[in-house]
Design a protein around this ligand. Structure first.
Ligand SMILES: [Zn+2]
Length: 333
């Protein structure tokens, strides 16, 4: 089935729209939710499953992290993402391989918004390219900003780099979810900051003594934020010696008239304990949502045993080391 057959327009979604006049993008996504929950049993079961996930509150260097026991996520947490495995599997983001009931809403000419049948948070969307092209931020940061703007303040938008969290590194995609539960979004509003640059257009800062190293920028000028990100990304590639895109995860929110961009620079994809045997093994594979404070743990015994200390160590291991982070911040100044 082609994208043309999967994309639902205003007329097809009309029965599912609460406001019958001219719906905006956000209303179309809401209509799609209703249509998909009615027509796609797999999504209905997954959303029902999400209501049953368990949380364990952990305090990691005085910030809250929610470990989430979510057995449905094993497909993603343990996804094989090496080049050989990727080559052998049919791409699950290409139109012809999606489940027959799956439908989407167009986002500009390039992207389609779909509902993730393995949700971590409510309204978990996958925004996929209509083309099978590699995962990259190059030329796409503006789309992240546009998505955050059009989805509105309840949502956050995220990007996982091809080597640090994307389960489909061969197919360009972003995700979005409702942000209500995400601890880091709350922390950004209240945590003590270390201001890096406060020019009139883009303000950048980090959180003091936070549980992991992240660089945050705020601003309401789209082009200025794109320039800021391009430069920060290029400097990160230099500091980390990356030959192509440096390993990073991104979270973008929209609040009032401005965007907030969180950049999580990475040292590695999966922690050593992911590959350990026996008691030491912890099947966690941190990406943007996990780093933002909802850490997915699909195995029941691992959920039972995971501690604040484990999470602190895993965050430190997979994100950029303090020394490299400081070097990066200095060059960004
Ligand atoms: Zn594909």
């Amino acid at each position: 089935m082609s994208w043309e057959n999967r994309i639902l327009g205003v007329e097809a979604l009309r029965p599912y729209l609460s406001n019958k006049s001219e719906p905006d993008f956000r209303s179309l996504v809401e209509g799609l939710a209703r249509q998909q929950l009615a027509a796609w049993p797999m999504l209905r079961d997954a959303v029902a499953g999400l209501a049953r996930v368990e949380y364990k509150k952990l305090s990691v260097r005085a910030s809250e992290v929610l470990a989430q026991f979510n057995p449905q996520r094993i497909v993603s947490t343990a996804a094989k993402v090496d080049a050989a495995a990727i080559k052998q599997r049919p791409c699950f983001l290409c139109a012809e391989n999606l489940p027959p009931e799956e439908r989407g809403v167009a986002f500009d000419e390039e992207f389609v918004v779909l509902f993730n049948p393995f949700p971590v948070l409510s309204r978990h969307l996958v925004i996929t390219s209509r083309r099978h092209i590699p995962q990259t931020m190059e030329g796409n940061f503006g789309t992240l900003l546009d998505l955050a703007l059009d989805l509105g303040g309840e949502f956050f938008v995220l990007y996982n780099g091809p080597a640090c969290g994307a389960s489909a590194p061969d197919h360009l995609h972003f995700q979005a979810c409702e942000g209500e539960l995400l601890p880091m979004i709350r922390d950004i509003g209240t945590w003590e900051r270390r201001i890096l640059s406060k020019d009139s257009v883009v303000e950048s800062f980090t959180l003091k003594d936070y549980r992991l190293n992240a660089l945050i920028a705020r601003g309401s000028d789209r082009e200025a934020l794109i320039d800021w990100f391009d430069r920060a990304e290029r400097l990160l590639a230099e500091v980390t010696g990356a030959e192509s895109e440096p390993m990073l995860n991104l979270v973008v929110t929209r609040d009032g008239d401005r965007w907030t961009v969180v950049v999580f620079p990475r040292d590695k994809h999966r922690p050593d304990r992911y590959f350990a045997e026996g008691d030491a093994k912890l099947t966690v594979s941190p990406a943007a949502i996990d780093l933002s404070g909802v850490l997915v743990v699909p195995q029941p015994d691992h959920f039972a045993k995971i501690t604040s200390r484990d999470v602190e160590e895993i965050y430190a291991e997979v994100t950029l080391s303090a020394a490299a982070f400081d070097t990066w911040l200095r060059t960004c100044d």
